[in-house]
Design a protein around this ligand. Structure first.
Ligand code: NAD
Ligand code: ZN
Length: 673
């Protein structure tokens, strides 16, 4: 592969993993692996400056801010940190620092809190605004959510503008409690405290955030009007005075060996802390020296993050099982004797593919070292060969698909063994699970078990069949009452009017995650245009690389995919971008004033609001004679009474969903008579 292609491949991969990590909180590779991709990219760009792209992730921080929240431009850019993985990396850092400044150097060493970075702005002594880091320049305004964090002071003594930066986190104990709660309620467990903290902070409803035990440590004074601080440590003391909960136990040293010893201590003893740290941050203390050293596009030159090696434990591989994925790939998974790692019990680890197993020489009954990638995904680091007893059994990839029994294939140049039977039930099942998931069509009430039932009973054969389900069929399913059947059908119906990007993501095109789907939807606005787009058109999209473009073109060339999309269209699934003004979503509520009250059985308030607004209607808060109709749920109070008094039409959710499916304003008016 030539350098240009490799650069473009690396950019695609890094963008993909950024999206998984920052926006979806579900990383697929370890930080170490990620950092290696980034290192390779930076190296190639340095060697070939002409090939460096302006949109390269090497010169950017973090992920794009999500469009769920208002965007804020940071007063002071919120940068990232360069990484160190060894004592040698730290000595190299020390040398770079000493080459840049003449005087003595002091370092402050702080815990690297494993949470979510936020910036807080105060004015006139009051909390004004709080934001996520986003891409470093623009973040998301999450002020409402941050106000629910009890350790963030709403009032401080300084009356001028003050900007601070800190890390929102959840303590180990609180994390355990939340997961115990989740388990009791049969809900999905959170992978680790950072994951939980990130998910909680990005809730659209601050009431949900308020229920989560979020905490914060402030680690930097970003901006203050009048200062004569000489050192960072003085600034931290000032922050304490102002009432901030400052990152505890920072130390000041004047030589790198002391820094290394201190870090060594915490590498071994971090388990004793009540909160998770994923490393230590080393910063030059003197602020004038910091200014001399300056910044790269991504991070300050005067600081570095030392990352702890992932926690590793010994355990035994009891068995190796295989699973058939959405694209037919058969993935081997090690069944482990359970061990506790980074806060949860681990009993499975993916073994990726045949080559991986050969390379690491993994056998059933082997004793192995395991760790969690990105503190989330368990993986086998290595086999401890000295502990082999002779009882080890070689593993062979199955010659037949474990689900449909058709022969498996391994294509040339690929590492995956696949089932290529397009009607293999396992693939269809996984594909449907992905289609209905939160970041795709977001169909509530359609869990894995119901999907399996629907497939087993032959009620659905593909994603499009979901839209032809009827109530009689659904009610007959095990444990499905009248009410849940209604709810389910309503959620399915509602998903028809989803924005285009959800559908694209739901189709499960390889390498096109949520972000890729949004790029396609925003640029083409219409699925038909995406289907007919050329490789060249796609590659030219910002942040869309060769791998993604190829994959999209290939997907839409396949006969079965074209048929599937025809079928979805004929069921009334929206294939156009809604946010676009010229879009075809009929403005059937135009000029209408609609009031929401009470709790709706399936729709969230925001969803209902969005459905009204995207159809040209206005949601108002109080009922009057000019109100067109009131959409009322359970426990609707005074607004309902008032509507009845004034003779304003009141409808329930079922009726509402029926209205949203109508084609014209006239039809809506008729229905409301
Ligand atoms: N596994 C993956 O797929 C994947 C994807 C993207 C990023 N990553 C990981 O994330 C890293 C990049 O993330 P990042 O930009 O958030 O950088 P980072 O996590 O390496 O370090 C910067 C962050 O540390 C936090 N921090 C905590 N305590 C601090 C303190 N006392 N002082 C200063 N900062 C402190 C800050 O919030 C800051 O944003 C990569 O190096 C990689 O390891 C992994
Ligand atoms: Zn199969």
């Amino acid at each position: 592969m030539n350098v240009e292609n490799r650069i473009s491949e690396l950019i695609d991969l890094i963008n993909y993993h950024n999206d998984k990590y920052y926006n979806e909180d579900t990383p697929e590779i370890s930080d170490y692996e990620y950092d290696n991709l980034m290192k390779e990219l930076i190296k190639l760009e340095e060697e070939n400056p002409k090939l460096k792209r302006v949109d390269s992730p090497s010169s950017r921080v973090g992920g794009k801010p999500l469009d769920k929240f208002e965007q804020v431009v940071h007063k002071i850019p919120m940068l990232s940190l360069a990484n160190a993985y060894s004592a040698q990396d730290l000595r190299d850092f020390d040398k770079r620092v000493r080459d840049m400044v003449e005087d003595e150097v002091e370092y402050v060493v702080e815990f690297k809190i494993d949470g979510l970075s936020v910036g807080l702005t105060y004015n006139n002594g009051l909390f004004e605004k709080g934001a996520t880091r986003g891409d470093g320049i623009v973040g998301e305004d999450i002020s409402q959510n941050l106000k629910t964090v009890k350790s963030i002071p709403l009032r401080i003594k300084d009356q001028e503008e003050v900007v601070v930066r800190g890390e929102v986190f959840i303590s180990k104990d609180d994390f355990k409690k939340v997961n115990e709660q989740q388990e009791k309620q049969g809900l999905q467990l959170f992978a680790n405290p950072r994951n939980l903290a990130a998910g909680s902070l990005r809730q659209l409803d601050p009431k949900l955030t308020a229920k989560r035990p979020l905490d914060i440590f402030i680690f930097n004074l970003e901006y203050v009007q009048n200062t004569d601080f000489k050192n960072h440590s003085e600034a931290l003391d000032y922050l304490k005075e102002l009432g901030f909960k400052v990152s505890p136990n920072y130390k000041v040293y004047n030589n790198i060996q002391d820094v290394i010893d201190h870090i060594k201590y915490w590498t071994d003893n971090r388990g004793e802390l009540g909160f998770e740290i994923d490393g230590m941050v080393i910063k030059v203390n003197n602020l004038a020296q910091r200014e001399t050293m300056g910044y790269t596009a991504k991070s300050p030159r005067w600081a570095i993050a030392y990352k702890f090696p992932a926690e590793q434990k010994k355990t035994k591989i009891l068995d190796i099982i295989v699973e058939v994925g959405r694209t037919g790939t058969i993935t081997p998974t090690a069944v482990l004797e359970p061990v506790r790692l980074a806060g949860t019990s681990v009993s499975r680890a993916t073994l990726h593919n045949e080559d991986y197993i050969r390379e690491k020489d993994i056998k059933i009954n082997d004793t192995v070292l395991v760790q969690k990638a990105g503190d989330i995904i368990p993986q086998v680091v290595e086999v401890i060969k000295e502990e082999r007893t002779g009882d080890e059994i070689d593993f062979e990839m199955p010659k037949k698909c474990p689900v449909c029994s058709e022969p498996t294939v391994r294509l040339e140049g690929e590492s995956a063994v696949k089932c290529i039977n397009i009607s293999c039930p396992a693939q269809i099942r996984r594909g449907i699970i992905h289609f209905v998931s939160r970041d795709a069509m977001n169909i509530d009430g359609l869990g894995e078990s119901i999907i399996t039932l629907l497939l087993d009973k032959g009620l659905i054969k593909d994603i499009a069949d979901l839209y032809t389900l009827n109530k009689d069929e659904v009610v007959k399913l095990d444990r499905m009452g009248e009410k849940s059947a209604n709810n389910l059908l309503n959620s399915i119906e509602k998903s028809k009017s989803n924005d285009l990007w959800r559908l694209i993501n739901g189709l499960g095109i390889k390498f096109v995650g949520t972000k890729g789907a949004k790029i396609l939807a925003n640029n083409f606005k219409d699925l038909d245009l995406i289907m007919s787009a050329s490789n060249e058109e796609l590659v030219n999209l910002e942040e869309f690389g060769g791998i993604m473009a190829n994959s999209v073109v290939k997907f839409f060339q396949e006969e079965k995919n074209i048929k599937l999309i025809e079928k979805l269209k004929s069921c009334g699934v929206n294939t156009k971008s809604i946010q676009d003004e010229s879009s075809d979503i009929a403005k059937i509520f135009e000029g209408m004033k609609i009031v929401l009250t009470g709790t709706l059985p399936t729709l969230k308030r925001n969803d209902a609001k969005e459905m009204i607004e995207s159809r040209g209607g206005k949601v108002t808060s109080s009922v009057s004679k000019s109100t067109t109709f009131v959409l009322a749920g359970e426990e609707a109070g005074s607004k309902l009474t008032k509507a009845n008094d004034l003779g304003v039409k009141v409808i329930d959710e079922d009726k509402f969903i029926q209205l949203t499916g109508l084609k014209s304003k006239e039809e809506v008016k008729n229905e409301l008579k």
